[in-house]
Ligand binder design. Structure first.
Ligand code: ADP
Length: 165
């Protein structure tokens, strides 16, 4: 009897840091795939507040209860990572219309480089539509309250990091 191939999704991003918007996409995507890999991009050209290890650790802390979610770092081309992991699709989140142009460009480019790789988009939850890592960093750096913007378990980690800067 033929065994069905397990469906693998990859949710790539910078996650600098993880927000409730990201976590919502992770939870919803984890229900669509047998396994979901959160791919944390190492991009030395893009300056991040949190190191690669810190970004990975924060996501792991928030997803440890979801058995089919794993967190891995990657560098280079996303399509290469997708092939390496034998994944079936890339997952991205869409907030406002402003996300659309960039996401369309990336999806087209990836399709051009690798026609077998699909990108699927999940619409943001209405409550998270204004949320981004930049917003979280801005609020935290100015001493504002980030409760409700990021998972409870990482609030202190984020304040600690911002204070140390
Ligand atoms: P990038 O990958 O462009 O560096 P991020 O790491 O912030 O950006 O985001 C990774 C993915 O998550 C992107 O597809 C982005 O559109 C999506 N995303 C970010 N914030 C939210 C949110 N609040 N709701 C839904 N999707 C989001």
């Amino acid at each position: 009897m033929e065994t069905k191939k397990k469906r693998i999704g990859i949710y790539p991003g910078s996650f600098d840091p993880l927000t409730n918007g990201h976590l919502d996409i992770i939870i919803r995507a984890s229900r669509l795939f047998d396994s979901l890999i959160v791919g944390v991009l190492r991009n030395d050209a893009k300056k991040t507040l949190f190191s690669m290890e810190e970004r990975v650790a924060l996501i792991r802390k928030c997803t440890e209860d979801i058995p089919n979610v794993s967190v891995e770092m990657f560098e280079g081309l996303l399509v290469d990572f997708v092939h390496e992991k034998k994944a079936d699709a890339i997952v991205r989140g869409l907030r406002a219309v402003s996300d659309y142009e960039y996401e369309l460009q990336m999806a087209m480019l990836n399709k051009h480089m690798s026609p077998d790789v699909e990108t699927i988009f999940l619409m943001t939850d209405i409550n998270n539509s204004y949320l981004s890592s930049s917003v979280v960093k801005d609020v935290a750096m100015h001493g504002g309250n980030i409760r409700g913007l990021v998972p409870e378990t990482v609030i202190d980690d984020i304040y600690r990091k911002v204070k140390a800067k």
